[in-house]
Design a protein around this ligand. Structure first.
Ligand SMILES: [Zn+2]
Length: 362
């Protein structure tokens, strides 16, 4: 089959590789649609974000396969011990599978497993025509949800985890800092859930318009005095919950906008050392939360993925508005990585997707 092979940082090409064979409890999935995550693009380019050292070590030993955990496809081959009902099913998969054997797993804390299998990170992922995944990580895609929507479901599951972590109560005011993919998804989940007043700040007019369509009551220009506008909109109290999705330099803004005793949920990926207004947060009893997000944080439970797919199936949450660039064929993977890594330059809102086949004709 054809798959993306990494020969060095910034040197990824689609090549012929052996067809995957499923082991016990595993299945082979024909990939219908896949999208890179921004983190994967950064790692493939050699940027020093989390897991860079692991990838560098593997590359020192020779060409390797890396990335591809946001995908959808059709189950093609079953390994020994897998239930027959999975044959031919339209699926996506939870990217992280706890080992099931360590002390944390035995104590029902799979999220604390020190050595989970992570699709595309600890083994080959879906930047390929076919991918092997453990059957226990499979999630069925409901009728009416497209492969493109299902491939984009993992970040929505992350937003659902974020809102669960914040414990948003009925009528709570919510501020979402940033109107990119995670900002728009958090806005929609807040709108669909308990939140009362939903405020979003964003830099680009296109993204602010998206935030408005996503159901925000108040859309703020990030270049304006966001803290003053949030205080004005909340009778001088500040937001009950702030979701920070824009990057580390807005941590101070989050602390200035949250109410006394409120919560800041860090959604964006932070550098190793980031300045934080700790004195203000301590004095105002602000809670800082780091919800499960991205590869490495989920338990193997598929509940958040199933819920996310139902929200999309019912039309409660729109993930299609973030899909602006769609490419065709496995050979387009390097181009999808390039677009996703530099979305602004290409005018993309979300990751560039690659369609490998039309599963409605499969
Ligand atoms: Zn474990």
């Amino acid at each position: 089959m054809r798959a993306l092979v990494l020969r060095g940082f910034g040197d990824a090409a689609v090549e012929e590789v052996p067809d995957p064979v499923p082991g016990p409890g595993e299945v082979v999935v024909d990939v219908a649609c896949v999208q890179p995550s921004v983190t994967e693009c950064m790692l493939l380019a050699g940027e020093p974000v989390a897991m860079h050292a692991v990838l560098a070590g593997r590359l020192a030993a020779g060409p390797t396969r890396f990335g591809g955990h946001e995908f959808a496809g059709v189950v093609r081959t079953l390994g020994p011990g897998v239930e027959e009902s999975w044959a031919g099913a339209r699926v996506t998969a939870v990217e992280t599978a706890a080992c099931g054997r360590c002390a944390a797993c035995r104590r029902d804390r799979p999220d604390a497993c020190p050595s989970p299998a992570i699709l595309g990170f600890t083994g080959p992922g879906a930047f390929a025509e076919r991918v092997v995944v453990p059957a226990r990580t499979l999630v069925r895609v409901p009728d009416g949800v497209s492969a493109a929507q299902a491939a984009a479901i993992q970040p929505l599951a992350g937003a659902i985890h974020g809102h669960a972590a914040a414990g948003v109560r009925p009528g709570d005011s919510v501020l979402v800092i940033g109107a990119g993919v995670m900002g728009v998804l958090h806005t929609q989940v807040a709108r669909h859930g308990n939140a009362g007043l939903v405020m979003v700040s964003g830099r680009s007019p296109a993204k602010r318009e998206l935030a408005e369509r996503a159901g925000a009551d108040l859309v703020l220009d990030a270049a304006a005095d966001v803290a003053a506008e949030v205080l004005a909109a909340t009778e001088g109290i500040g937001a009950d919950v702030v979701f920070e999705t824009a990057g580390a330099d807005t941590f101070g803004l989050a602390a200035a906008c949250v109410r006394r005793g409120g919560s800041i949920v860090m959604v964006s990926v932070l550098p190793d050392q980031a300045p934080a207004p700790l004195a203000r947060m301590r004095e105002r009893s602000v809670t800082l939360l780091h919800p499960r997000s991205g590869a490495g944080g989920y338990s193997p439970g598929s509940g958040a993925f199933e819920h996310a797919l139902r929200l999309v199936s019912r039309g409660d949450v729109d993930v299609s508005c973030l899909i602006t660039h769609r490419l065709t064929g496995v050979e387009a993977l390097p181009q999808a990585l390039e677009i996703t890594r530099d979305k602004g330059r290409f005018g993309a809102l979300g990751p560039a997707q690659v369609d490998l086949f039309d599963w409605s004709r499969a």
